[in-house]
Write a protein that binds this ligand. Structure first.
Ligand SMILES: C[S@@+](CC[C@H](N)C(=O)[O-])C[C@H]1O[C@@H](n2cnc3c(N)ncnc32)[C@H](O)[C@@H]1O
Length: 219
């Protein structure tokens, strides 16, 4: 089933989500650091990587990664945020689509990569999905990974936006396994603090290894 029948929590929240775009526009304009998630993503990726930013919002993560020389595709279903992203970061391609509708045909139509070394779903995307679609979304993201590819996911376990769901670490871990993935790492922040009960940052990879995906350093 595609996304048509299943509205995301983000969409259902309506005007309650408007603050995200305006807040980040103001932060970017003020020169504030909005790149913490993207810096970790960059560290996880090989140089010149193919990266999918799933639920890319106003584009800050995709823009940073594009600036680091990666080939980035942003995917975002909210038309207001797509417009903001294209206006703010015209060099970052955005596919206006729900993650559940991202398939080989949709990717091929972009003329860009059809598989990715890294998929990023940060900034609470996982807690704004349509109800009951979490495993399907994780499967969809797993399916677009290139051999050796990984996923970076981050969301509030507690104290997140009022319109988001509460997603415990245990429930998420079970969904990860059900989706044919495994947890490589869990941290408490994008600066790699130890796990805590408020926020979780996850590095995931396919449960069945599809490649080593890295080379040892020369020294
Ligand atoms: C709080 S915003 C974060 C945006 C961006 N990742 C960031 O960190 O700046 C949450 C985003 O999740 C997106 N989202 C929720 N469900 C989605 C789905 N099924 N497919 C794609 N994006 C989705 C929303 O449209 C929204 O842009």
């Amino acid at each position: 089933m595609g996304s048509t029948e299943r509205r995301t929590r983000w969409e259902l929240a309506g005007a309650a989500t408007a603050g995200y775009g305006t807040t980040f526009a103001a932060l970017v304009a003020s020169g504030a650091d909005v790149d913490g998630e993207a810096r970790l993503a960059d560290a996880l990726a090989p140089r010149g990587a193919r990266i999918l930013d799933a639920g890319s919002g106003m584009g800050r993560v995709a823009a940073y990664l594009t600036g680091r020389g990666h080939r980035v595709l942003a995917v975002e279903p909210d038309p207001t945020l797509v417009a903001q992203s294209l206006a703010t970061y015209p060099d970052v391609p955005v596919l206006e689509l729900d993650i559940l509708d991202v398939d080989a045909d949709a990717l091929a139509a972009t003329g860009g990569p059809v598989e990715f070394d890294l998929v990023v779903a940060v900034g609470n995307v996982m807690v704004f999905l349509a109800e009951g679609t979490e495993r399907e979304v994780l499967e969809r993201l797993r399916d677009v990974l290139a051999p050796g590819g990984r996923l970076l996911v981050g969301f509030h376990l507690d104290g997140g936006p009022a319109t988001a769901r509460r997603y415990s670490a245990e429930e998420f871990s079970a969904d990860v396994v059900a989706a044919g993935l495994r947890v490589d790492h869990r941290f408490g922040s994008y600066e790699l603090h130890p796990p805590d009960d408020e926020y979780a940052v996850w590095v995931l990879s396919p449960a069945v290894a599809t490649g080593i995906g890295h080379e040892p350093p020369p020294i």
